[in-house]
Design a protein around this ligand. Structure first.
Ligand code: SF4
Length: 272
């Protein structure tokens, strides 16, 4: 924990750290209190929001829960209305899911309109150029959570394109070179669990400067679901034990296991 605290204090941009602590930490905590007060009055509106601004993606991952389409089929949804309601109702953390948000040409301009909100953006990192990373640093209210799904071969197979891993790593490096608070997420499955739920991988991310990791568990769903990818031979307990070992032995990175909507919505495999 001491190493993690030292990393957070000395390896991050202090202005971004302050933004994170104030906007997501302090105001996020207040938003939970407001949520509880709303519940007492019978109003149901969550403390945090998931926002999807795009349906398109450059990849075709196995089991993509969002069932995204080719570029050009975007939803006409703007983050502005969600952001405005969030501010009015005290929400401070918005997560972007579904599609590849960095394909949206106005993404960063839209987020710039809501400096009082903090955005965690799930992304494959392919469109994060040095210029975009610089802009994220300037805005200060964004943490990209970049997905890595395995070694080069596994990534290409899981994500339906070639050269996927190197492009994601390039996106991560662009963020880190600009000292953006960056995380890496993985959907654990049969083909990547032995490579990525390991101290070696987490140590590599720490050496790169990644601040947190996020693991969720692949469940077969979507048009391209692959039941054989699911971690069936391992029990949830065994997964939790592996994760705990990684966290205890490589504690310099925040690490979060989650079952996420991806897992919850996919308890029963869908038909294509
Ligand atoms: S990167 Fe995300 S949105 Fe794109 S295909 Fe993969 S899982 Fe779906």
């Amino acid at each position: 924990m001491l190493r993690l605290t030292r990393r957070i204090l000395f390896e991050t941009d202090k202005r971004l750290l302050w933004k994170l602590a104030w906007t997501m930490g302090w105001k996020g905590m207040l938003s939970v209190q407001k949520h509880k007060a709303r519940l007492r009055k019978g109003e149901v509106f969550p403390p945090f929001l998931y926002v999807s601004i795009i349906n398109s993606c450059n990849l075709r991952c196995q089991g993509c829960w969002s069932m995204c389409r080719e570029a050009g089929a975007d939803r006409a949804v703007c983050v502005s209305s969600d952001g405005a309601r969030s501010q009015r109702d005290g929400q401070r953390l918005l997560r972007h899911r579904r599609g590849e948000p960095f394909m949206h040409p106005d993404l960063l301009d839209m987020l710039a309109e809501h400096p009082d909100c903090y955005f965690q953006i799930f992304t494959n990192g392919h469109f994060i150029t040095d210029e975009k990373a610089k802009r994220m640093r300037q805005l200060g209210n964004i943490t990209p959570l970049i997905s890595v799904e395995g070694t080069e071969i596994v990534s290409d197979e899981r994500r339906g394109r070639s050269g996927v891993l190197s492009k994601s790593l390039e996106g991560i490096r662009n963020c880190l070179a600009n000292r953006v608070f960056t995380g890496v997420c993985t959907s654990l499955c049969q083909t990547n669990i032995d490579d990525l739920l390991t101290e070696t991988w987490i140590d590599r991310l720490i050496d790169m400067g990644v601040m947190y990791t996020w693991f969720h568990v692949y469940r077969p769903m979507g048009r391209r679901h692959v039941p054989t990818c699911a971690c069936r031979p391992r029990s949830s307990f065994a997964l939790a034990a592996s994760w705990s070992r990684c966290v205890l032995k490589s504690p310099s990175s925040l690490s979060m296991p989650t079952s996420t909507a991806k897992a919850r919505h996919s308890a029963r495999p869908r038909r294509a």
